[in-house]
Design a protein around this ligand. Structure first.
Ligand code: WTA
Length: 651
């Protein structure tokens, strides 16, 4: 497997960072035996935590029912995720504690205490009910990073409606497809939001999408931008303030079954159609709660900041459900790290005295490139723990983060997980684990993570595929509307095991090193993009005959998107067309999928059975010597491609 080459280098990493004694002493989790104890009886381990950490209306009858690959956790148990995030805190002194400390990109601020959040959520929940939303209905949310996003999520959870959040950077078409797949009845969006000083008009995109969403009955629009002129469709569109006015602030939380759906979140798979990952109430909440407590070591007095957008799983699990169920104070920021200047994040850390910071390697590498002056301008001494997520962190970026952001005092939790896993799966426990820069270390207690070879045999030392043996509470339950795809995608590659789609290696000390995706998913700046999705977007353009998309190694983004395109007869590959095609993909999917490079070629390398050889294309794009090309239908294609590619790179 090609991943082995990467593994070799990482495995030479000899530096070891044991937990600083002062940190270890105060850590929420200090028992190194936890792994062994959990492994003895994982179901009992989780059940004990469920009892201690969450509030239930009714205790479960049975902890786990496992009919591979379908799992049910806490059968018969009743609870409400919103109750666990709000009601239980407002019944204590915490009602006056800041739940959300928010800053907009222009510098405007808002603080919502738990009581404030509780009131707003209750009102929106009442309002949604009045609009006819009942338990089980789907509500689509297309909002920027403003407190209303959290209010909307929790209001859905409160009444048992299923939220389906679509990242604000997705295009109108992407939004349309997700709304329709989930058959959402309501859309909650905003007039716009701020991005690098400019206004992004979210409602315009939403209107475009809604032209082809017959199921959407009402649209609730948050007024984020003061002076914009947007169109409101009478009878369908309602301003948030209007809806909230007079809505009852007393809307009791619905008793939900542990296995009732909490949300759907779409993610890219290996085909063109995004998958609606389904998470349920009890197991998901337990997983996010416990990992937040142990991995981020969250304490009552922490100010915790996760930079992820609410539109991704990281925003769901570690901006909202995990920290709020713990009663933590969460910082939320609307904008980009470089507005008005490249020290905005460090300014925020200093201003609010952030103690725990969770971000992505791409952001760290970007800051690295900007230089140490920006963080050096600020007092970052409040930080005590750092986290990383979304893509492999290279040892160099790890060391930079450790030194220049963490002041060589903060443990780094490199957390490997997925939309599907709901919670951290491979991660250090910062009070216990000695860290190696670039390694996500070990499987979380109570989850059986393994590295296996091609046929599913466990690999003690070396590279292979990352799998999870058996169920864990916060695992996805299915793909919305497509259980067969759930079975095929995750549980068929290695019988009886959950296949992550990632390559991984285990070193002599048992540390795990993540090696990136081994399927047709690429990871650009921590965002999952399906190569198929990009290809189908391109072939919809009238000039394009065929397209092959690949991920190419990129210093900052981890991977960048490169596309090889053959044009229809008589069409010339001009620089203007390159720009047009890039814009076309951005319009179809979203700016995050805009290709870095587009190369025109007379033909694509294919096997004799007609399969495009993406690996070869990657070799070409990354300037590597080519491997075996004997399976190619027409080996001549490669020589031509290589030459043209080199030419375009030079030019
Ligand atoms: C990748 C994001 C290496 C991986 C939480 C996975 C990582 C995909 C890490 C899931 C990490 C995430 N080290 N790779 N710490 N965290 N990944 O669903 O390829 O957006 O399969 O979830 O991101 O992306 P998703």
């Amino acid at each position: 497997m090609e991943a082995k080459a990467i593994a070799f280098e990482s495995l030479r990493e000899e530096r070891l960072f044991p937990p600083p004694p002062a940190f270890a002493e105060q850590a929420n989790l200090r028992d190194p035996e936890i792994y062994k104890k959990a492994a003895q009886d994982p179901a009992a381990f989780w059940a004990k935590l469920a009892e201690e950490e969450l509030v239930w209306y009714r205790k479960w009858d049975k902890v786990l029912e496992w009919e591979p690959p379908f799992a049910k956790w806490f059968i018969g148990g009743k609870l409400n995720a919103c109750y666990n995030c709000l009601d239980r805190h407002v019944q204590t002194w915490r009602r006056n504690k800041a739940a959300i400390i928010w800053e907009g990109e222009p510098g405007d601020t808002r603080v919502l205490t738990y009581q404030d959040l509780f009131r707003e959520v209750n009102k929106l929940a009442s309002a949604l009910k009045k609009l006819g939303v009942v338990k089980g209905d789907r509500v689509a949310i297309y909002l920027p990073m403003i407190p209303e996003a959290v209010i909307a999520m929790l209001a859905c959870a409160r009444i048992g409606a299923v939220h389906s959040i679509v990242f604000g950077g997705f295009s109108a078409e992407a939004l349309r497809d997700r709304i329709n797949d989930a058959q959402a009845k309501i859309l909650i969006t905003a007039d716009g939001y701020y991005r690098r000083g400019a206004v992004v008009e979210a409602k315009k995109n939403a209107d475009q999408a809604l032209k082809e969403c017959p199921g959407v009955e009402k649209v609730i629009v948050v007024n984020r931008i003061l002076k914009t002129q947007i169109s409101m469709e009478p009878g369908r569109d309602l301003w948030w303030q209007e809806v909230m006015e007079g809505a009852s602030a007393d809307c009791p939380a619905e008793e939900m079954d542990a296995e009732d759906m909490l949300f759907i979140l779409y993610t890219s798979g290996t085909t063109g159609k995004p998958k609606g990952v389904v998470h349920t109430t009890g197991g998901y909440l337990l997983g996010t709660h416990v990992t937040t407590k142990w991995v981020f070591d969250l304490k009552e007095e922490d100010l915790y900041w996760c930079t992820a957008d609410i539109g991704w799983i990281t925003g769901h699990s570690y901006v909202v459900y995990g920290p709020l169920s713990l009663g933590a104070s969460v910082l939320m920021y609307e904008g980009t790290p470089d507005y008005p200047d490249r020290d905005r994040w460090w300014d925020l850390v200093e201003k609010y005295r952030v103690t725990v910071l969770y971000t992505a390697p791409t952001a760290i590498r970007t800051c690295m490139r900007w230089g140490t002056d920006y963080p050096a301008r600020h007092d970052l001494s409040s930080l005590r723990l750092l986290g990383s997520v979304g893509e492999p962190i290279n040892p160099e970026a790890w060391m930079w983060y450790y030194k220049y952001i963490g002041g060589e005092r903060c443990p780094i939790a490199d957390t490997w997980w997925q939309t599907e896993t709901g919670m951290h799966i491979v991660t250090p426990l910062p009070g216990i684990t000695a860290l190696k820069p670039g390694s996500a270390t070990f499987g979380f207690p109570g989850v059986e993570v393994d590295v296996v070879d091609d046929v599913g045999n466990s690999i003690k030392e070396g590279g292979g595929y990352l799998v999870i043996r058996g169920p864990w509470p916060s695992m996805l339950r299915t793909i919305y509307g497509d259980p067969q795809r759930y079975v095929d995608q995750y549980w068929s590659r290695f019988p009886g095991m959950y296949f992550t789609g990632d390559g991984a290696a285990r070193d002599k000390d048992g540390y795990l090193w993540l090696l990136g995706r081994v399927d047709d998913v690429i990871n650009v700046s921590g965002h999952r993009i399906s190569t198929m999705e990009v290809e189908s977007a391109l072939v919809e353009h009238p000039a394009v005959a065929e397209a092959a998309a690949i991920g190419k190694a990129h210093e900052v983004k981890g991977q960048a998107l490169a596309v090889f395109v053959t044009l229809k007869e008589g069409i010339k590959g001009t620089p203007e067309l390159v720009q047009e095609l890039k814009a076309h993909v951005a319009a179809k999917i979203g700016a995050l999928a805009r290709p870095d490079d587009i190369f025109f070629t007379a033909e694509l390398p294919k096997t004799r059975s007609g399969k495009i050889m993406r690996r070869l294309l990657r070799d070409i794009a990354e300037g590597r010597a080519l491997g075996d090309t004997t399976t190619l239908a027409d080996p001549g294609v490669i020589a031509e491609l290589k030459e043209r590619y080199a030419e375009e790179e030079r030019g």
